[in-house]
Design a protein around this ligand. Structure first.
Ligand SMILES: Nc1ncnc2c1ncn2[C@@H]1O[C@H](COP(=O)(O)OP(=O)(O)OP(=O)(O)O)[C@@H](O)[C@H]1O
Length: 262
């Protein structure tokens, strides 16, 4: 793990947005997540990394309430959310990308964002509504498409978008839900180098006013984007700090040896 040039534009504050206390998840006696204490600061981009089977996805699923922990607590902006359901926490502003907003392949980019905006405002997406309300909605959708660099693709069906652009559209539909905290599950998975660069820039653009927690295997991306990194191994926190601190930690280096990560 070599040091990478930084493109951070960080403004983390001292306020804790997501906190886990002694978080644990047991599957038939096997502790996939074991006493994890995590603090994600407001305004930061925070990564969860670790070798295969470290417990990253399980941890993510616990925080987004796709799983209920067998022990421990989860707090969002100071409020305990351990027993709330995913829709409840999404309404509070903690949104997992691709969680509620699906991308409909038969709809254009702008229609997809309109559907997501509608789901936020709980109105029914009625194309036959007055031109005025549809125009308002489309103006808001266009502003979001602009944020993610998809203006020129606004009328293209989602199914026809290149892969990287589809991920950008997924992010756009997530942004339509007005998240305060965004949880990204391997945002760079399966992307070409050009798409990785574009989506990295996109994440930097959308971080303003938000907190981002991501699971990501691409370590150069983590080095470039993330203010703070928590390294998990065998369900436990092995190390935490900025990239140079965790990558120079001998225990972290050892944990990665023998895994298929670089
Ligand atoms: N539903 C489940 N039932 C039983 N074991 C599970 C379940 N989900 C995860 N595990 C186990 O928990 C451990 C942690 O898995 P998890 O997917 O959270 O790791 P990860 O760090 O995300 O790995 P990867 O990088 O390979 O995606 C693994 O040993 C996995 O086999």
């Amino acid at each position: 793990m070599s040091a990478q040039p930084t493109i951070k534009d960080s403004r983390p504050t001292s306020r804790v947005m997501i906190e886990t206390r002694q978080l644990a998840m047991e599957f038939s006696g096997f502790r996939a997540v074991d006493a994890v204490d995590l603090q994600v600061m407001e305004g930061s981009i925070h990564a969860l990394i670790g070798p295969n089977g470290a417990g990253k996805t399980t941890c993510f699923n616990l925080i987004t309430k796709f799983l209920t922990p067998t022990a421990g607590q989860i707090f969002f902006d100071g409020h305990e959310i351990t027993r709330l359901d995913p829709a409840d926490i999404a309404r509070r502003g903690l949104v997992r990308s691709f969680q509620i907003s699906a991308v409909f392949p038969g709809l254009s980019a702008v229609q997809n964002v309109c559907v997501a905006l509608q789901s936020r405002t709980r109105r029914i997406f009625q194309f036959w509504k007055s031109d005025r309300s549809l125009a308002d909605l489309e103006a808001e959708a266009d502003a979001i498409l602009e944020q993610v660099g998809l203006v020129e693709f606004r009328n293209v069906n989602a199914a026809l978008l290149p892969y990287g652009r589809k991920r950008a559209l997924e992010l756009a539909t997530t942004l339509a839900l007005a998240p305060r905290v965004l949880l990204l599950d391997e945002p760079m998975a399966g992307m070409s180098a050009a798409d990785v660069e574009r989506v990295s820039q996109l994440i930097m653009r959308i971080r303003k006013g938000r907190t981002i927690l991501m699971v990501e295997h691409n370590l150069p991306v983590v080095a470039a984007l993330c203010d703070r990194i928590t390294v998990l191994a065998r369900g436990r926190v092995l190390a935490e700090g900025d990239y140079s601190a965790v990558s120079s930690n001998p225990e972290v280096q050892e944990a990665y040896i023998g895994s298929d990560h670089d």
